[in-house]
Design a protein around this ligand. Structure first.
Ligand code: SF4
Ligand code: F3S
Ligand code: FES
Length: 246
């Protein structure tokens, strides 16, 4: 079956949607169609991909207006007999066609205090950790850094608060570190201050688009917001932390 793909072509200065046709076969995903179009009609069409298995996070784009991985979006899950619109992520600067410059994310990551474990619990240099603590952070470690959550969050996408807000991906990253009982850094003041957790108004759009099904808002962001409240606004907790924080 022939399907029309309306693909964004252009760079940061100018661009337009152009229509292409691809033969949609059984089990095909949007990335297959983009490759077919590259091979038959548009050899200069730029797109980023690597694994074609939903694990490298490279092929992020917007398909019919929704942030998705091109390699995990099956054509038979899209409305039949309708044009498929494919465009680049909107929250980051455009390089060319479907490729955006996501390097801002790597700069943000450098601003987050890294893992700093306490002294080993055992003479052989190992630590003891409760299984439930290991399980809690395991979910966050599934992140493939596709940045679809960053793309959909209105704080970055519509309000362009890149200088003041680290975005859901890095709230997940911070939560993984903060909830690790071996870690000794306190990231809560940074989260409240320069990392802008207060900008998140819990719309949960990030959770809905995550291809790894990480419960970003409920399991990472809300517990971090609660820690901000405990540390900065709860007088009893403030006293306890003054006495017991290392
Ligand atoms: Fe992608 Fe989910 Fe990681 Fe966000 S949290 S970057 S949506 S895998
Ligand atoms: Fe943005 Fe997710 Fe919060 S979409 S507003 S970070 S719940
Ligand atoms: Fe790796 Fe799509 S190509 S996630």
């Amino acid at each position: 079956m022939s399907t029309t793909f309306r693909i964004w072509r252009g760079d940061a200065t100018k661009g337009e949607f152009r229509d292409y046709t691809a033969e949609a076969g059984e089990g095909m995903v949007v990335l297959d169609a983009v490759h077919q179009i590259q091979a038959t009609q548009a050899p200069d069409l730029a797109c980023r991909w690597n694994c074609k298995a939903g694990k490298c996070g490279s092929c992020s784009a917007e398909i019919n207006g929704a942030p998705k991985l091109m390699c995990m979006t099956r054509l038979d899950d899209l409305p039949p007999d309708e044009i498929v619109i494919v465009e680049p992520m909107q929250a980051f600067p455009l390089v060319k066609d479907l490729v955006t410059d996501v390097s801002w994310n790597y700069e943000v990551k450098k601003r987050i205090k890294p893992f700093r474990p306490r002294k080993p619990d055992n003479p052989d240099g190992t630590w003891k950790m409760a299984q439930e603590d290991a399980d809690r952070v395991q979910e966050f470690r599934k992140c493939i850094e596709c940045f679809l959550c960053q793309d959909v969050c209105h704080v970055l996408r519509d309000h362009h608060k890149h200088a003041e807000f680290i975005g859901p991906r890095f709230l997940v990253y911070s939560a993984a570190l903060e909830m690790n009982p071996l870690d000794t850094h306190n990231r809560i003041p940074d989260l409240k201050g320069t990392q802008g957790i207060g900008y998140c108004n819990i719309t949960k759009c990030c959770t809905k688009v995550c291809p790894e099904h990480i419960t970003i808002t409920d399991n990472a962001i809300i517990p971090l917001k609660e820690r901000v409240v405990d540390e900065f606004y709860d007088p009893v907790m403030k006293l306890i932390q003054l006495v017991f924080r290392p």
